[in-house]
Write a protein that binds this ligand. Structure first.
Ligand code: NAP
Length: 281
């Protein structure tokens, strides 16, 4: 029977050192500041915003939110974003994505300079992730998944990691982070043949799919560590992961719960990135 890898203790441990660093910066007269840019009123964005503000408050990081209307034109949006970029009191910028369709992310992604881009929007940070350059900012969610593996001392070096999902938000960046830790990484997606067979090779199996409880025991090797990045809402309004936890518990040695797993660590990583950005300016 597998054990849960709970996110709270991981988040608390990151937050503790972030708070210390924020206090040191304050002694030098510097207040680390995060600016969140939200376009429209999407429920997911607002929920993350509330969690992020709570986390930043707890670790002495200031947060401001720029709320923009859902129908804002691209030119106006870029103008507003440039004002945020040029505000020297702001160290880290988080823009909620996806942006509305009238805004071309392929243009906007260059506006935030890499050193303030705390959630890996700018392609320079994507390149740094590929290169394994530690001066960049990987996206917070995949880094949160890695923080959990490290906190619980799950061996990665030489191990088989299978990541199901190849998005730029989770699957691909997490694959690069696992590769940097010397895991042997396989990336799977919706066109992968014999997915259960491939997944069963994994010592570390990551589900970043967006399909409620899709990963069952059939996908899991005996003794594997299963990281569930999924956040779905089922028909009864209950939050579920991409892993059928009860079914996989029989075989997995370790498994992250949903909720209270990866999602619980993401804002702590965001706070860590704001401090890093603050020290870089
Ligand atoms: P996404 O952009 O929709 O990507 C989903 C990936 O899963 C794609 O690569 C897709 O393959 C693959 N996929 C879909 N159906 C599949 C299937 N039947 N078999 C194998 N692969 C399949 O989603 P995302 O943004 O990466 O998010 C993934 C999950 O993580 C979601 O549940 C999301 O809510 C969650 N999430 C959590 C956090 C957090 O803080 N914990 C943050 C962000 C996202 P193709 O490329 O072939 O289409």
């Amino acid at each position: 029977m597998g054990k849960f890898l709970k996110g709270k203790v991981v988040a608390d441990s990151i937050a503790e050192s972030v708070k210390r660093e924020a206090e040191e910066l304050k002694k030098k007269g510097i207040t680390p500041k995060l600016k969140i840019v939200r376009v429209g009123e999407r429920k997911d964005d607002i929920a993350y915003e509330v969690a992020a503000i709570k986390r930043m408050d707890a670790v002495n990081i200031e947060t401001e939110v720029l709320k923009l209307p859902a129908d804002i034109e691209q030119e106006k949006f870029i103008h507003e974003l440039k004002n945020v970029v040029n505000d020297n009191s702001v160290h880290g910028i988080l823009v909620f994505r996806p942006l509305p369709e009238q805004i071309d992310e392929d243009i906007v992604k260059f506006v935030i300079p890499p050193e303030k881009d705390v959630d890996c929007f700018n392609p320079v940070n994507v390149a740094k992730l590929l290169e394994g350059d530690p001066t960049g900012f990987p996206p917070c969610t995949p880094e949160a998944a890695l923080e959990i593996l490290k906190y619980y001392k799950i061996e990665l070096k030489g191990k088989e990691a299978v990541v199901v999902g190849r998005s730029m938000v989770v699957g691909k960046p997490l694959s690069m982070l696992l590769l940097k830790e010397n895991a042997t990484v396989t990336i799977c997606h919706s066109k992968t043949n014999n997915l259960p067979e491939v997944a069963k090779r994994a010592d570390i199996l990551v589900a970043a799919i967006g399909k409620s409880r899709m990963i069952t025991g059939e996908y899991v090797k005996e003794g594997a560590s299963v990281i569930d990045v999924g956040i779905n809402v089922d028909k009864d309004g209950k939050i579920t992961g991409d892993v059928n936890t009860e079914d996989c518990m029989e075989k997995a040695a370790y498994i992250t719960p949903v909720p209270s797993g990866v999602g619980a660590v993401t804002t702590a990583v965001l706070a860590k990135h704001v401090i890093k950005a603050c020290k870089m300016t």
